[in-house]
Design a protein. Sequence first.
Length: 152
Amino acid sequence: MLAKIRRAPAALVWGLSIVAAFALVAADLDQPLTATQHSRDSTAYGVFKGRDLEVVESWRLLASQWLHVKPKHMLFNAVIIALVGGALESRLGVWPFLTVGLIGGALGQLAGAWAYPHAFISGASQAYLPYAVWRSLRSAPGNGLGGWRLWA
């Protein structure tokens, strides 16, 4: 177990930083760690309403990935980032791991904003979905789609 963690330190740090962000926001809002954090209260930290996103606030596409409303959902996302992201990081290295997660997550947040303009956008689900797709493609017969070899 420790050997796997050593091969994926960024995934572990990312997972733990999601928990830390939840705890810091809870403390700043004077809420217990088990309480649901209302999205409208978290807009100062990076949560945004889809229709309100502007180019000058594009930092929210990244920051919102660390912010969560429900503690159980936050823990689930943190564990998935650490485990599934860790599999990618240990296989390809830290930079591909961060690139896939951060860019994929930001694109997912952007798609969520476009699809649900009246909803608040937050959470790391959009970051771990590209990892799940990567794992699925790696496990596909022929190591790719339709017989195409995507990578060695």
